[in-house]
Design a protein around this ligand. Structure first.
Ligand SMILES: *Cc1c(COP(=O)(O)O)cnc(C)c1O
Length: 381
C-alpha cells in the first residue's frame, strides 16, 4: 500500500498561468516592488471587485495597518474588532498604540453580531469615547451582515475597515465582498483561496487615500530630488514577481470558488444526517466561497469533542483545526473589553469550543475527500 500524502486544510493551488507573468518579470528585469505585474494586478483586482482602486502590499496585515493609519488612528484611540478571527485582524491596532474592543459573533453568520455592536457603540459614545473605526471580519469566506452593521456604523458615523482576507470571491447582495467598508483588505497568504505565497491588497473608492497608502508603503518619501522624509513610512509594497503569481491566480478564482463550494456540499451531503452535526450557515444576503468548511458539534447530542476529531484525523495524516480562538480569550488581549451577543450568550466562545475546520483544499480529489469523510464517520458515529 502506498503512503498517503497529507491532506491539507487549504494549500496553494497554481493554475499554470502564473509562470508566464513571472517569466515576463525576469525577462524585463523588473525584480522589484514595482513594475507591470504590480500595476496590472492592482487594476485587475479593482476590476474584479468593482472598486475605484487597489494597492498591492506585502501582506493583508500591512493592508489593515495602512487602513488604520489612513483613518488617523493613534495612541489611546478605541477601535472595535470582531473577536472570532485570526490575530492579524487586531495586531495593527496595537502597532498604533490604540485600544481594541472586541465584538461577539451572531449565530446566523458567525460574523459580527449587530446586537453586540449596537450596545458597544451606545456605551462608548455615551462615555465620549467614540471608536475611530470598526474592523469587521468576513469569516471563512462569508460576508458579515452589512445591512445591519453598516446602518449602525453610519448612524454613529464610524468608518468600517472590512477584513476580507478570507472572503475574496464572495458576494454581499450585488457587491463583491471587501467593497462595503471605507477600506477593504485581501490576503494572498499561502492558505488563502488564491495566493502569491505572501501578499495583500488594500481596496477603496477613495483614490486620494489609496495614493497616500502607496506613499506610506514606500517609506513616505517626500517629493524632492534627495531622500527627504517628514512622516514615518513602511516598506510594505508587493514584489513584481509575486504580483505575477497573483495575476495567474486571479484568472482561476471563480473556478476555485466553485470547487470550494462543491467540497462543502459533499461534506454536508455525507454528514448532515448525523445527529449533533451542523455547518456554518450561509446567510441569504450573499454567496459564500466556503474557503474553509466549518462544522459544529452539538455536545448534548454527541459525546465526541473537537480535539477527539482532530486527533483521530491526524492519525490518518489529515489536517483539521478548531475554529479561531476568539481574540477576547487571547492572553495578548486580556485587558481588552468584550461585548457578547446577548447578556447570556457568548457565541464566539461556543463556536471555538465546538467548531472545527475540515480539509477544504482544492488540490484534494474526490477519493481523498471520501477518505476524510470515512474517517469523520468513524469518530462521529
Ligand atoms: C490571513 C488573514 C489575515 C492576514 O493576512 P496576511 O496576508 O497573512 O498578513 C488577516 N485577517 C484574517 C481574517 C486572515 O484570515
Amino acid at each position: 500500500m502506498s503512503e498517503r500524502s497529507r491532506i491539507y486544510l487549504s494549500s496553494p493551488h497554481m493554475s499554470g498561468l502564473e509562470q508566464q507573468y513571472i517569466t515576463e518579470a525576469f525577462d524585463t528585469n523588473w525584480i522589484a516592488p514595482l513594475g507591470k505585474n504590480v500595476d496590472m494586478f492592482e487594476t485587475e483586482i479593482a476590476q474584479y471587485t468593482g472598486t475605484q482602486g487597489a494597492v498591492a502590499l506585502s501582506s493583508g496585515t500591512a493592508a489593515i495597518h495602512l487602513a488604520l493609519i489612513l483613518l488617523g488612528i493613534g495612541r489611546e484611540d478605541i477601535v472595535f474588532c470582531s473577536s472570532l478571527t485570526f490575530v492579524a485582524s487586531a495586531n495593527p491596532i496595537l502597532y498604533e498604540g490604540a485600544r481594541p474592543v472586541f465584538i461577539d459573533s451572531e449565530p446566523e453568520s458567525w460574523n459580527m453580531s449587530p446586537q453586540a455592536l449596537e450596545r458597544a457603540l451606545k456605551d462608548y459614545v455615551q462615555r465620549g469615547q467614540k471608536p475611530k473605526a470598526v474592523i469587521i471580519v468576513n469569516l471563512y469566506g462569508q460576508s458579515a451582515n452589512y445591512t445591519k452593521l453598516k446602518a449602525l456604523c453610519d448612524e454613529y458615523d464610524v468608518p468600517i475597515v472590512e477584513d476580507a482576507a478570507e472572503s475574496l470571491g464572495a458576494t454581499y447582495e450585488e457587491q463583491m465582498s471587501g467593497t462595503i467598508g471605507e477600506f477593504g483588505i485581501f490576503s494572498f497568504n499561502g492558505n488563502k483561496i488564491i495566493t502569491t505565497s505572501g501578499g495583500g491588497m488594500l481596496v477603496s473608492n477613495n483614490i486620494a487615500a489609496l495614493e497616500k497608502a502607496r506613499f506610506y508603503a514606500t517609506q513616505a518619501r517626500d517629493q524632492a530630488r534627495y531622500y527627504q522624509h517628514s512622516e514615518v513610512g513602511y516598506n510594505y509594497r508587493l514584489s513584481n514577481v509575486l504580483a505575477g503569481i497573483g495575476r495567474g491566480q486571479l484568472q482561476i478564482l471563480d473556478q476555485r470558488v466553485k470547487q470550494k463550494r462543491a467540497i462543502f456540499e459533499q461534506y454536508q451531503h455525507e454528514l448532515a444526517e448525523i445527529q449533533g452535526v451542523s455547518f456554518m450557515p450561509e446567510a441569504d444576503y450573499g454567496r459564500a466561497t466556503r474557503w474553509l468548511t466549518a462544522m459544529l458539534i452539538h455536545p448534548a447530542m454527541l459525546s465526541v469533542s473537537v480535539t477527539d476529531i482532530i486527533v483521530h484525523l491526524d492519525q490518518f495524516n489529515i489536517e483539521s483545526r478548531p475554529v479561531w480562538k476568539p481574540l477576547h480569550l487571547q492572553p495578548l488581549f486580556k485587558e481588552a473589553k468584550y461585548y457578547r451577543h446577548t447578556e447570556e450568550q457568548d457565541v464566539s466562545s461556543e463556536l471555538f469550543e465546538h467548531g472545527i475546520c475540515l480539509p477544504s483544499d482544492t488540490n484534494m480529489n474526490a477519493e481523498s475527500q471520501a477518505f476524510v469523510i470515512e474517517k469523520l464517520k468513524e469518530v462521529l458515529c
